[in-house]
Design a protein around this ligand. Sequence first.
Ligand code: PAF
Length: 274
Amino acid sequence: MKVVRSRAEFFAARGGQSGTIGLVPTMGALHAGHVALLDSARSECDCVITTNFVNPTQFGPDEDLARYPRTLDADLEVCERAGVDLVWAPGVDDVYPSGGTHVRVEPGPLGDILEGTVRPGHFTGVLTVVAKFLNLVRPGRAYFGEKDYQQLALIRQMTEDLELGVAIVGVDTVREPDGLALSSRNVYLSPDERARALVLSRALGAGQAAAGEGAIGVITAATAVLASQPDISVDYLELRGADLGEIPVHGACRLLVAARVGATRLIDNVGVDL
Ligand code: PAF
């Protein structure tokens, strides 16, 4: 496995790779959810490249950019075990050589709902950096977790609308045995907060189990479970179509939740078949 930091080192190392390139862009702090992405890429591609970059432009001014976990040494061990060929851990100046970007990717209407209502500018930052990495790495396939379902939907839409010529692969959310969705932000949770956070996956599970009762039944069941834990602050609980559009009368939907548990903001989602 090669590890490179600067843009020049990356280009030299990228030049030596051939066959189908699978890209797994990450912000580091790798956990089993990232390993699932790396494993999918490893099984489907000739060469696996991962980027490890905490992208400042996707954090709002009051968000956790400064305290976001940075664990490069441990991340490299995870990558080595997962059979990654090339890790690029650039600095901010390597990704934004002129200090930022004047031109940015505008997410459109899908960026205005759910996370977009609570994190203005977040998806512009995500899509712009993902577009940059797709252009720098030129992969055939790129892998993203369903845990960030709206991000995945927007990246799919960007690659389709802008004809980026890369296959976007969504990978299932990985959960702890008690249901908590893996997230790099889980390290912020105290034991008490972690116990409270379980209500998110329990609420989604209750919604899923009520699928036979239709959309109202799903929302009612999930809301009742969330309400049983008053010590969290819910940003949203929404049922949408699988493409995050209108809810179909029958068929694939997505139930999505976001809440603050103490100072930590968590998101989760599941598929629901109405
Ligand atoms: O999901 C993430 O870790 C980030 O949003 C991504 C896609 C690596 C862009 O910085």
